[in-house]
Design a protein around this ligand. Structure first.
Ligand SMILES: [Zn+2]
Length: 75
């Protein structure tokens, strides 16, 4: 019981630490142009990690490049 709770907290801590290090590019919907860091990522042929936050909200992140952004597909 204690162990699983501890592991969960540790996991959450590690997760939040990783997230803090990623540059938050906000919503892709609001970009007027693709940020250089994303273009560089595409040029390196990385596949960003895709995290679904709900039916219409998806987070893309590349830990190698150190960024994350959200896409709102509800519109
Ligand atoms: Zn990348």
């Amino acid at each position: 019981m204690f162990d699983s709770d501890f592991n969960l907290r540790k996991q959450f801590y590690e997760e939040s630490k990783t997230r803090a290090q990623l540059k938050d590019l906000g919503y892709a919907n609001s970009w007027t142009k693709i940020p250089d860091i994303v273009k560089a990522c595409e040029a390196r042929r990385h596949i960003p990690e895709e995290i679904s936050w709900g039916r219409c909200l998806t987070e893309y992140r590349c830990e190698a490049c150190g960024y994350r952004y959200l896409v709102d597909s509800s519109g």
